[in-house]
Design a protein. Sequence first.
Length: 315
Amino acid sequence: MKKGLSKILSLSITAALLVPTIASAADMQETAAPTPIQAVVDQGTTGTMDNSGQNALANTPVVPAPPGYDAYRNNIPHGNTNLISYYSTTVGNARKATVYTPPGYSPNKKYNVLYLLHGIGGDEYEWVNAMKPKNILDNLYSEGKLSDMIVVMPNGRAMKDDRPVGDIFAPDKVAAFERFEQDLLKDLIPHIEANYPVYKDKNSRALAGLSMGGGQSLNFGLKNLNTFAWVGAFSAAPNTQSVSQLVSNPGQVASQLKLLWISCGSSDGLLWVSQNFKNGLSSMNIPHTFYLDVGGHEPSVWNSGLYQFSQRIFK
């Protein structure tokens, strides 16, 4: 089973990464630039199901991120990122995570926590090195659009040698992404709650990620409704389980989740994963927001996903 999933992930993600490249090559041969694809939003379905758990922003229009939303700004307060170490009883050794603390962070205040997961080729550094979370969050704080939160960016590959080296699609590495659920619940979250001034209830915890981490977020979030009230997936990978596998009580999911966010680029070769998941949610009448962004399986879409999701949580 693990070998089969490894092969599917390898072929699917490799193909997804080629799509923007192929599209770019084709565009260079065109005499006129094509009309940009506009972002599309599907707010899901409400029907007669109890969706009282949904927050107000979950049902508001999604406005595409403006130019410069992820650029560094000099004249605003800035947060900080630090590398931390915690002991994992799940893995049996010390593991690392990057933690973003917001502008004006104080041990005398209380904070919500967003656990933000990387892709299959990433680690605890991927978000800060390949995307622009610090700029995005700093800018949103300066505009008064975020609730107070710290953001924890862990290594979602729960194994002793968790580096993204060698065959990143190897069965043992894929299994380590599944094992991370226990590391997250039993080791990382308790460490954060013991060492940072954070709220410790499910309404104060969010889980989101890109690609493989998006699949992890859906898989773990929907199975742990007592731990997370806000769940988001940006360009979810084929490790994503089906809605029918994850949900046995649609009414419980609808009433306990405050936001279920799914976004993906319109030219992403893995778009089918997000669309299938969206369709599964709709078939069970589970409220959700589906955002079809502009782009492929690439950082610009994941930056946009963080920009949109972070504004809608803890409110």
